[in-house]
Structures are given as C-alpha cells and as structure tokens.
Design a protein around this ligand. Structure first.
Ligand code: C2E
Ligand code: MG
Ligand code: MG
Ligand code: MG
Length: 287
C-alpha cells in the first residue's frame, strides 16, 4: 500500500512539476516579447550618505509593467530569465539605459544588479566595455552588484570577469549580505569595494543580539578590508539609528525613498535629506 501511495505521490509531484514548467515557458515567451517591444522600465532607488545626508548613489531596479497596470516583481521573472539565458540581453538593456539616464546626474554613483548568468558569460566584460564607450558613462561612477551565488557557482570565470571589469574602473559590490551563505570568510576571498547588508539582517539585528553581533562583525571585517558599507531595506527610524551607530556609510530603504522613475530623481539631488525624518511615505528635502 505504501508503495502505491508513493507512486501516486510521484505522479502528483510530476504533474505539479509539468505545470510549473509550462508556466515558466509561458513567462519566458512573454519576457521575450517584452524585450522585443521595449516594455521593461527602470526605477531608481536613492542611497543616502550618512555623513553628508545627501544622495550619493542610485540603484537601478527593473520593472515589468503588465497590461492590467501592475508590475511583475523582478524576484518572479529574473529567475525565469536566468534559466533561459534571456537575462543576458535584458541585463545589457538595463545597463545601457541606466547609463544613459544617470549620465546627467552629476556626482552620484549608479548601481546596477548583475545575475550569476551574466557574470558567467565570458562575453560580458566586452559588452560592458562597449556600453561604457557608447554611452560615455564614466566607469568610476558605475558599480555592479553581485551576490555570493554568482561567485560560488563558477569562481574561476567569475573571478576573471571581475578583474577585467575592475580594470575598467568599475566597482564591485557584494549585495544581499546576510542571506545565502553569508560567510564572513567570503569577504576575504574576493575583493569588493562595497558591502550591502540585506534587509533581513538589518531587521533581525534590531531584534536579537546574535544577529546584531553578526552585523557588527561583518562591518568590522569590511572596514578592515577598506570596503564601504550600505544598509539595505531600512524601514524604521530605529533601524536607521542602529545602522548608523554600527558604522554604515550609506542607507537605502523605504524610510527615505522607494524606487522611482528617472524623471523624479533630479529634484532630490544636491540638497540634504532630512535623515531624522519619521515619515515613511514621502521624501523630505530640507527647508
Ligand atoms: P536587490 O538588488 O537586493 O534590491 C533591493 C530590493 O529591495 C528592491 O526590490 C527594492 O525595491 C527593495 N527595497 C528597498 N528598500 C526597501 C525597504 O525599505 N523595504 C522593503 N520591503 N523592500 C525594499 P525589487 O526592485 O523588487 O528587486 C528585487 C530583486 O530583484 C533585487 O534585489 C535584485 O536582486 C533583482 N533585480 C532587480 N532589478 C534587477 C536587474 O536589473 N537585473 C538583475 N539581474 N536583477 C535585478
Ligand atoms: Mg541590489
Ligand atoms: Mg540587496
Ligand atoms: Mg536581492
């Protein structure tokens, strides 16, 4: 009986699996036409410098508008695009457009997320070089955000690409630190110009001593290795105070800004942001 039960379960699992595959195939088709039609949009979320209280950087975040007026979240479609390889052309589109948008935002850095598949693509550094040339965007103003997964999967190719990219003058940022493998030892294996502490660690650090100790010790290691540190996903005033006290250089989070269309960015540049504000919905310039 147990054998038959097992078999039935297997059938159920494989039906579920087929349904998922079918959904992924459909989404991949939709992504393909979105790419062809230029449907993707980019929003930008500011990063605030703790000492000057000004915007020092913006992170480009891809948006996929749907016919019903909503957006499909990147966490849903990026994995599908990674699996099919479509992330390569999508990633180049993001880079090109972000460099064009940010060209006018003098003095601030542009951060762009990279997928593991992009970093594993040996053509990527050359393509990046072309985009920098075409757009005239200063490489020193560009930073690329990667996650541990990018490097764990294929450390040799990834490491080689990273050193080519770094030679252009582009900075490398370790994103989502505190999730995944989250090993402090990892910080020593590759060279990063910046560490971004993930929202989950920021929020846990506000709640328990172990997580706070882990955040503090990663900041200590990052400091010793001359990395800058950004706290991600800061939503409350308490969190902002905690990460500033912990020595973070930059804060990114809904407490200050959500991601917004390019046209809305310039109004916030060159003036201090009230970093003691408690309003989570709006952004506030100094009077
Ligand atoms: P990420 O790179 O860690 O980006 C930060 C995510 O946290 C963004 O979600 C941002 O909107 C969100 N966030 C920022 N502050 C807060 C906050 O205070 N509270 C909360 N709850 N969330 C906050 P988003 O835009 O949905 O992007 C999710 C992930 O998708 C990104 O995580 C990144 O891994 C990926 N992604 C986004 N754009 C691109 C892209 O152009 N290329 C690639 N390869 N991946 C991208
Ligand atoms: Mg990121
Ligand atoms: Mg992140
Ligand atoms: Mg993430």
């Amino acid at each position: 009986a147990s054998k038959r039960g097992g078999k039935a379960r297997c059938t159920w699992f494989s039906q579920e699996f087929d349904a998922n595959r079918e959904q992924m195939r459909e989404m991949d088709e939709e992504l393909r036409s979105a790419l062809a039609n230029g449907d993707f949009a980019l929003h930008y979320q500011p990063l605030i410098d703790c000492s000057s209280s000004k915007i020092v950087a913006v992170e480009a975040l891809i948006r996929w508008p749907r016919p019903d007026g909503t957006f499909t979240a990147p966490d849903t479609f990026i994995p599908v695009a990674e699996e099919s390889g479509l992330i390569n052309p999508i990633g180049l589109l993001v880079l090109r457009r972000a460099c064009l948008d940010a060209r006018e935002w003098n003095g601030i850095t542009l951060s762009v997320n990279l997928s593991a598949a992009q970093l594993r693509n040996p053509e990527f550094p050359i393509q990046l070089g072309h985009i920098l040339e075409e757009t005239g965007f200063a490489p020193e103003r560009l930073e690329l955000e990667i996650t541990e997964t990018c490097l764990v999967l294929d450390p040799v190719v990834a490491g080689r690409s990273l050193s080519v990219i770094r030679n252009f003058g582009v900075s490398i940022v370790l994103d989502d630190f505190g999730t995944g493998y989250a090993s402090i030892g990892f910080l020593r294996q590759f060279r990063f110009e910046k560490l971004k502490i993930d929202r989950s660690l920021v929020s846990q650090a506000g709640q328990d001593d172990g997580s706070r100790a882990m955040m503090l010790s990663s900041i200590t290691v990052a400091r010793a290795m001359k990395m800058r540190v950004t706290a991600e996903g800061v939503e409350t005033e308490e969190q902002a105070q905690m990460v500033r006290a912990a020595g973070c250089d930059q804060i990114q989070g809904w407490l200050y800004f959500k991601a917004m269309p390019a046209a809305e960015i310039p109004q916030y540049l060159d003036r201090p942001i009230d970093i003691a504000a408690t309003d989570t919905t709006a952004t506030m310039a100094n009077k």
